[in-house]
Design a protein. Structure first.
Length: 293
């Protein structure tokens, strides 16, 4: 099944005071703020998102699917720390341990659907666990805020996470996806993903290469903590390739990104996604996204 990462923007550059164009108090403050996102299909440009700002805080995103609007809303505490994500009936509550993000719990109509749990090593997030409290029979994952919210917090990871979630067995209740992040400087170089699939335990390895340009979404949702950069998943740059292999060497997915920039900011990205490369099941999808600031 195709991975819905049309809006995967992905990653930024370290600025003067800290990572991702932040002011000294840690608030996200890019010199350019995304206003609208479009996709291009057969030469036709279609509005997909409108970003609504309150000063330097992103308050909501209006999304359009087949012309039908929905909205995702973000709530902050007095320190401008993200505390809640509300999207299409799904509520995500952010829980902290001192200044580190510890977990995000997702509920629908008061019933817990799943959660993210985070581990830290030094000033980096080293592991993310996605846990399910409801099986496929109980919830339509396309309609929850879990994966859509993840792409705003951790863009590259949203691709691998959605892929793993979709390939989990239907009896995914009480199951989990474990994602170990391996850093090289300011970028995540590889992600090791394990989960239980239809044929037993599965391990995927995701390898990522990057450009050297500015990503306007890095550190997007304020601090996820008040200690400037120590609590954020930060990549310095935009991805050029994302290569996923299953169980060590079996090719599963190859993604290639090309960009057009203005003032070192991406204004157009084309993603070529090849699934099951080199096999009889190979498929290719090309997606073009436009950013307006």
């Amino acid at each position: 099944m195709k991975k819905n990462i049309v809006f995967c923007l992905c990653i930024a550059v370290i600025a003067m005071f800290s990572a991702c164009n932040k002011t000294p108090d840690g608030v996200y403050n890019p010199s350019k703020k995304i206003q609208k996102i479009y996709t291009v299909d057969n030469g036709t440009q279609t509005l997909k998102e409108v970003w609504n700002w309150n000063g330097d805080l992103l308050k909501s995103i209006d999304q359009y699917f087949d012309g039908v609007p929905t909205s995702i809303h973000f709530s902050y505490d007095n320190s401008n720390r993200l505390i809640a994500i509300d999207d299409f009936g799904s509520h995500g509550e952010c829980i902290y341990d001192d200044n580190e993000i510890e977990k995000i719990i997702f509920t629908t109509e008061g019933v817990e659907m799943g959660r993210y749990e985070f581990e830290h090593k030094g000033n980096k997030i080293s592991q993310i666990k996605i846990k399910f409290d409801a099986g496929w029979d109980d919830i339509d994952w396309d309609k929850t805020g879990m994966i859509k919210s993840l792409r705003l917090l951790f863009p590259e990871i949203s691709s691998a996470a959605e892929s793993a979630v979709r390939k989990c067995s239907k009896e995914a209740k009480d199951d989990e996806v474990v994602m170990n992040l391996n850093w090289s400087g300011s970028n995540v170089k590889t992600i090791d993903v394990t989960y239980s699939g239809f044929l037993g335990n599965v391990m995927e390895t995701v390898k990522i290469t990057y450009d050297n340009k500015i990503n306007p979404t890095c550190g997007l949702l304020a601090q996820l903590g008040t200690d400037a950069v120590s609590n954020l998943y930060l990549n310095k740059n935009n991805p050029l390739t994302i290569i996923t292999n299953v169980n060590g060497s079996l090719p599963f997915d190859n993604q290639t990104y090309t960009y057009e920039y203005e003032d070192n900011y991406p204004v157009k990205v084309t993603r070529v996604d090849v699934e099951n490369p080199g096999t009889a099941y190979e498929t290719t999808e090309t997606t073009t996204t436009i950013y307006e600031y």
